[in-house]
Design a binder for this molecule. Structure first.
Ligand code: ATP
Length: 326
């Protein structure tokens, strides 16, 4: 197996609240290879953004990494100093935030904002080199270079999101975290952005974590898929494995809801998430037991263990090997 670009091992993150530490991410492990892409998929509140922020060293002040390691290019990011993390953030790991297109400064030309992103991290570059880099980034995200002189309000939502992607790529990172980068866009523009993301990711051979609540979107751009529920990763595998042979009842629900034109709608009646079942980590038992029709008393008691379905495909469900799920 090749050396991973990023290895996350048993990461648990909690938030200090008035009622004590509330766990938002529980014992999550995955890897991302150079040029590989992992889609983290799950409903709102299941901990996806918290993972992204932990990797960027940008967790909220009331957050705490309770346990785990994040090895990136040979360094454990949970143990590096703030100063070292500032050198890694944006230069080596960049993030595209949810609805970031609204964060562009309306009073500055787009060119100046991209230039600032480059100069902040590479002050040694000449103005000629910075302008050249800005033009190539625009080319990469498919915006004509003559638009660089424009102001954000002269750009459509899709174009502004491309500008944000260009800014995230400004320092040539080796890992990019894209958190719901297309959620606020209409379907056509969403497709164009996904194509742009797929292109730069392959052309620049960078690793990517793509965060989304939408399995169809993740399936479009990612080589690997991690399914999350209530702070836990419940299934992890290659795109093919997860889509063709989903082993976890929750993944089956997600895959069953992916319709093609010729499909009959899947019967999902037994797998409805009760309100509040996807919040922070449950105190005990399998995180999915509240909505799983196959849940047993054992599922309510003990945390589900991982079952390996193949060297690259694992499922966190104590019944994954049972006839029930075949
Ligand atoms: N600063 C905070 N203090 C306390 N709890 C928080 C804080 N930030 C997030 N949480 C809680 O942590 C859990 C995970 O949130 P997170 O934003 O990581 O989920 P998510 O899957 O990214 O959801 P979304 O897609 O809606 O952003 C949620 O229950 C959320 O309410």
């Amino acid at each position: 197996m090749t050396k991973a670009l990023l290895e996350v091992d048993n990461l648990s993150v909690g938030y200090r609240t008035a009622s004590g530490i509330q766990m938002a991410v529980d014992d999550v492990s995955f890897r991302v290879d150079r040029g590989g892409s992992l889609g983290l998929v799950g409903e709102s509140g299941c901990g996806k953004t918290t993972i992204g922020m932990a990797l960027m060293g940008l967790l909220a002040s009331n957050a705490t990494i309770v346990s785990g390691q994040v090895r990136f290019e040979g360094e454990d990011l949970t143990a590096v100093s703030d100063q070292r993390m500032r050198q890694i953030r944006w230069r080596r790991i960049a993030m595209i935030f949810q609805a970031a297109m609204n964060a562009l400064n309306p009073v500055h030309r787009v060119q100046d904002q991209i230039a600032e992103a480059i100069i902040t991290h590479e002050p040694e570059l000449s103005s000629h080199a910075v302008a050249h880099r800005a033009r190539s980034l625009f080319e990469l995200v498919k915006i004509p270079a003559d638009r660089l002189q424009g102001y954000p309000h002269q750009f459509s939502g899709g174009m502004r999101q491309r500008v944000i992607i260009a800014m995230a790529l400004a320092c040539n990172p080796s890992l990019i975290i894209a958190d719901e980068p297309t959620t606020a866009l209409d379907v056509i523009v969403q497709n164009q952005i996904l194509n742009a993301i797929g292109t730069f990711q392959k052309e620049m051979n960078i690793g990517m974590i793509f965060i989304s609540h939408d399995l169809a979107v993740v399936a479009d751009v990612c080589t690997h898929i991690g399914v999350m529920h209530a702070g836990s990763l419940v299934e992890y595998g290659t795109r093919q494995e997860v889509l063709d042979c989903p082993g976890h009842p929750y993944t089956r629900m997600l895959v069953g809801s992916l319709l093609t034109l010729s499909d009959e709608p899947a019967d999902l009646s037994g797998l409805v998430c009760p309100a509040g079942s996807n919040g922070p980590v449950a105190a005990a038992g399998c995180p999915v037991q509240a909505m799983c029709p196959s849940s047993t008393a054992a599922c309510q008691r003990g945390q589900a263990q991982w079952v390996e379905l193949s060297p690259t495909h694992r499922v966190r469900c104590q019944q994954a090997g049972e006839e029930l799920f075949r």
